[in-house]
Design a protein around this ligand. Sequence first.
Ligand code: GLU
Length: 482
Amino acid sequence: MSDTPVRVRIAPSPTGYLHVGVGRTAVFNWLLARHTGGTYVIRIEDTDQKRNRPELIQPILDALKWMGLESDEPEVRQSTRTDIHKEYTKKILESGHGYRCFCSPEELKAAREKARKEKGIQKYDRRCLHLSDDEIKSRVDAGDKFAIRIKVPDGESNFSDLICGDLTRNNEEIEDFIIARSDGSATYQLAVVVDDHDMGITHVIRGNDHITNTYKQIMIYHALGFDIPAFGHIPMILRPDKRKVSKRLGDKDVNEYSSEGILPEALFNYLCTLGWSSKRDNEILSIDELVEIFTTDNFSAANSIFDEEKLLAFNKEHIKRKSDHELATMVAPMLVEAGLTSKYWLETRWDYLRSIMTALRERAHRMGDFITMSGYFFSADFTYDDKAAKKHFKPEAADRLEELADRLEQLPEFSLENVEKVLTELADEREVGRAKYIHPTRLAVSGTPAGPGLFDLLVILSKPVVLERMRKAAEHIRTLSN
Ligand code: GLU
């Protein structure tokens, strides 16, 4: 790598939302910038008049921001640079690297058909390359519309890719491609090169679906006499059905992961495992750790599959890495929004919320799980799980619950050890297993057969709440059995 500070970019087109493929490209570019102390810039490629959807620009920026991938410099809007693009197309034309093409779409179609039948190739037949200067002048003077094409040189194109190694293509396979449309607007190929050059981009890291573009873009770099950046083409992310992740196939907007309770660092970390390897035994890494170890050497050339289950497993691990306080801060507004409690109630009960986080943290896969799992911490208004009630709310459970409640009531200190001791002693006295007390009690206080350790649960809920719920459950069992 040269001494020039790294400058990279992510260049989303607002023709769709930001899916995980573009999100991952942004991650790798950002990591390269952070690892080397370089700069990462967002460029919105909003010049495709037909497919552009301006209303998607903000959601794209929001998704990048959520992942911590904001631009280090004011983001660039490609549409503000159209005059600059035009100047450069003019330069290419004047230097002889490009030429005017007056062919109409109908003519082009017919010519392509003919070429295909005759030679089996579908390439522009260069008929306008051979127009005389006089002919060109008279057609321009007459106001005939023209596009500008690059005159593809003879020979081969090659470049050394950071990820794929040396790549070569015979230029015969590349047609004289258009860099300016008949309305004067630049095409993607030209705009990208000019913008990357003007922005001082040193490394272009993007999906390997762009390799064919790179050959063409390198021709433009040569035509304009620009230095060529380093290119790195990363393998594709495929859907489980092996098709390429795509907004057209309805793959998720990165913003959806945020609303589904995925942590941005979990998605970030998981995306890094697709096509790149940390070479660590433990793949769960923080963003800081990834910044430290990132290198373009560890890419693989093979495509990888996006697996939501694996993302959830990463999310679970990242949830575990958060402190109770951090989790409580994130969960508090969600609880309020879900109507489980109010902001004011929580303000005076922060320790209570923190202890709920301690109890549930090992079990949450998504942030939303804290909400679905914690209803009984905020209200006694729950129903008992049917299947569990059939099993654990047998008639004899009523007496057990009541007797245990009476003993717990006597405890001067409602601590973990004391509660466990009381339950164990009672079970011993009655010569039954502890489970005969544990299961009905859990169901009585939470309505569900699963959850955190029972003694933790009881202590968090507090003595009065526990006693009330146990007695209520005993009553419920008696009503049922009468
Ligand atoms: N705007 C292009 C896209 O969304 C990316 C161009 C590039 O990275 O060069 O695919």
